[in-house]
Ligand binder design. Structure first.
Ligand code: SD4
Length: 318
């Protein structure tokens, strides 16, 4: 068995590439890194890698992580600037004995010495988004910009090894130095090859409060199917936040166990994700909750076309 699951439709091309590797006995570490890099390199995705939207100071600060489910090795970078593929730096860090999570300049120095490609990650298009947003919104409340799109993945290879990885530019207009859930083990990602893995996207500040990814893996370890674990973790924590705080931020999750079974859940409208396994070709699903029950529907060609058209539409400075 092999499989890969990833947040958001934007992961499709990367998942397709990973599928080719996994089918041919490829390693889950190589496959997941290839898949995440594909998303990082595509300039029209606004919250991952090149083309990611900047912070308040118009600087693109990136968070990324990598975890090996066999050894439980973790590597992560947070709030780093000017590197093309943060996930590759995170993976390299996972091989160190200590110093596995590096922030800001420390992460950049490590990446420089390790020979990673420097790149100005701020595109002209992202600058236009920034200027338009400054004009549009004066409200200070922190919220993910519409269609928050952190990429998070879980991968299983034929050898039974599982990995998890994330990459994001975080929340649009975040404060300089703000770190979300994505580089934090247990919150944005977690994987254990003996059980399975999970990853989250949404409002990092709330995802962290519930250590969502670890919670899902914990529930799977207790014997739950990934779908049941995702539903339980999201529904219970969403309710908990509402009761205690009066509101809950966006939380969307994906999970896969070491049998290649998978699941997803969300507390928003319009969450999409991509799955491929030895049993099914890569499919983009849209998650809906009808009468309290989650339904994953394969996205139509029209929906897929509209997704790309919307992301690549010309942008005018207001
Ligand atoms: C964060 N969870 O930095 C990320 C944001 C996100 O798509 O998912 N954006 O809080």
């Amino acid at each position: 068995m092999w499989g890969i699951i990833a947040t958001w439709k934007m992961a499709l091309d990367g998942v397709e590439k990973a599928t080719e590797m996994l089918k041919n006995s490829g390693d889950a570490g190589d496959a997941i890194e290839t898949a995440v890099k594909e998303v990082e390199d595509f300039p029209y995705y606004k919250s991952v890698g090149f083309g990611g939207l900047p912070n308040e100071e118009m600087e693109v600060e990136l968070d990324a992580a990598y975890m090996d489910g066999d050894t439980l090795d973790i590597g992560a970078v947070a709030a780093i600037k000017d590197y093309a593929n943060p996930v590759a730096i995170a993976r390299r860090l996972s091989k160190e004995k200590v110093n596995n999570l590096l922030v800001g300049q420390g992460g950049e120095k490590y990446a420089h010495k390790a020979g990673f490609e420097r790149k100005n990650m701020l595109t002209e298009r992202a600058k236009i988004h920034y200027h338009n947003r400054i004009k549009e919104v004066r409200e200070q409340e922190i919220k993910p910009y519409t269609g928050h799109d952190t990429v998070g993945m879980v991968c299983l290879d034929m050898q039974g090894k599982m990995t998890s990885a994330t990459s994001t530019s975080g929340l649009f207009m975040k404060k300089a130095g703000r770190v979300g859930d994505s580089p934090l083990a247990g919150s944005g990602f977690y994987v254990d090859s003996k059980v399975g893995g999970a990853s989250a996207t949404g409002l990092g500040e709330d995802i962290m409060k519930g250590c969502m990814s670890y919670e899902i893996v914990r529930l799977m370890k207790e014997g739950m199917h990934p779908q049941e674990a995702c539903e339980k973790a999201v529904d219970m924590f969403d309710q908990e936040l509402r009761e205690r705080r009066g509101q809950a931020g966006d939380i969307s999750v994906i999970a896969m166990n070491n049998q290649g079974q998978w699941g997803a859940a969300t507390n928003i409208e319009g969450f999409s994700f991509v799955v491929a396994t030895a049993k099914q070709k890569p499919i983009v699903y849209l998650t809906k909750k009808i009468d309290g029950k989650y339904i994953h529907e394969a996205a139509s060609q029209e929906w897929l076309d509209n997704y790309m058209t919307a992301r690549m539409a010309p942008l005018v400075k207001k």
